[in-house]
Design a protein around this ligand. Structure first.
Ligand code: R1P
Length: 274
């Protein structure tokens, strides 16, 4: 078993593509949420196939491009699309990308995703700031040799979703005049959607939203000391709670419902940390 040097290689490629640029926030844009990247100023885009370890996408709605530039005055690195456990690269699917952001000097990982709601009162079009997670995926990305260059073998996930950043998000939503729920994310391996019985279990164990991403990158980010912020765009009530037939097309279409609030929330967050 060997340790990956991909993050150093990718960091060099990125520094060459955009010299004298230190991103402060690394974004991961989930299904149907890529439009935010179109607002980045002085943008330089790099295809994931030029960045070893970055997950070339096999999922519609995940462009597979890293965009570097400024958003609301803050230097950002923005992944238009992510890799998922179910695409076959295991729980480490996002680890090299996250570590590249650490090497580049990022302070925050801002993870976004399209998710199902476990709460009938939080419907499609809602945004939920994540405050914790329950991992039902098989394992974690840190199984195997520990890479001491990034973090310690054993580490805490207490307050993994940065409380100060969540307070900033609430302040922005308040100012913008929309509701921002907070909740616990349940990770599901996918690619099939959850059964109604699994959804009932997730409600019982304390989940608020469910999706097939987020947790691999969040665990990798906390291991190397990045602050984590995460927001789910609710695209549907989870199986058994609503009438909509679940499909990826439905996910992509319903992600549009929260588009403006999503963009306003993120721009407002960046303005407040600038
Ligand atoms: C299902 O439509 C897909 O959308 C979500 C689910 O996790 C799944 O991959 O994608 P993101 O989590 O990448 O937003």
């Amino acid at each position: 078993m060997t340790l990956s040097n991909n993050p150093w290689y990718c960091a060099d490629i990125i520094r060459t593509a955009k010299p004298d640029f230190t991103p402060r926030v690394a974004f991961i844009l989930g299904s149907g949420l890529g439009a935010l990247a179109d607002q980045i100023e002085d943008a330089v885009a790099i295809s994931y196939d030029k960045l070893p370890g970055f997950p070339v996408s096999t999922v519609h709605g995940h462009a597979g491009e890293l965009v570097l530039g400024h958003l609301a005055g803050v230097p950002v690195a923005c992944m238009k699309g992510r890799g998922h456990f179910y695409e076959g690269r295991g729980m480490t699917v996002m680890t090299d990308a996250i570590r590249t952001f650490k090497l580049l000097g990022c302070e925050f990982l801002f993870s976004t995703n399209a998710a199902g709601s476990l709460r009938p009162d939080v419907g499609p079009g809602s945004l939920v700031a994540l405050n914790d997670h329950i991992n039902t995926m098989p394992g974690t990305p840190l199984v195997g040799l520990n890479d001491e260059r990034f973090g310690e073998r054993f580490f805490s996930l207490a307050n993994a979703y940065d409380p100060e950043a969540r307070a900033i998000l609430q302040a922005v939503a308040n100012e913008e005049g929309f509701a921002l729920s907070e909740g616990v994310f349940v990770s599901y391996p996918g690619p099939n959607f959850e059964t109604a019985a699994e959804i009932r279990m997730m409600q019982i164990i304390g989940g608020d939203v469910v999706g097939m991403s987020v947790v691999p990158e969040v665990i990798s980010a906390r291991h190397c000391g990045l602050k984590v912020v995460a927001v789910s765009a609710i695209t549907n009530l989870a199986e058994g709670l609503g009438d909509v037939k679940l499909s990826h097309e439905q996910t992509l279409a319903a992600a549009e419902l929260s588009r403006q609030n999503f963009i306003d929330l993120i721009r407002g967050f960046l303005r407040k940390i600038a």
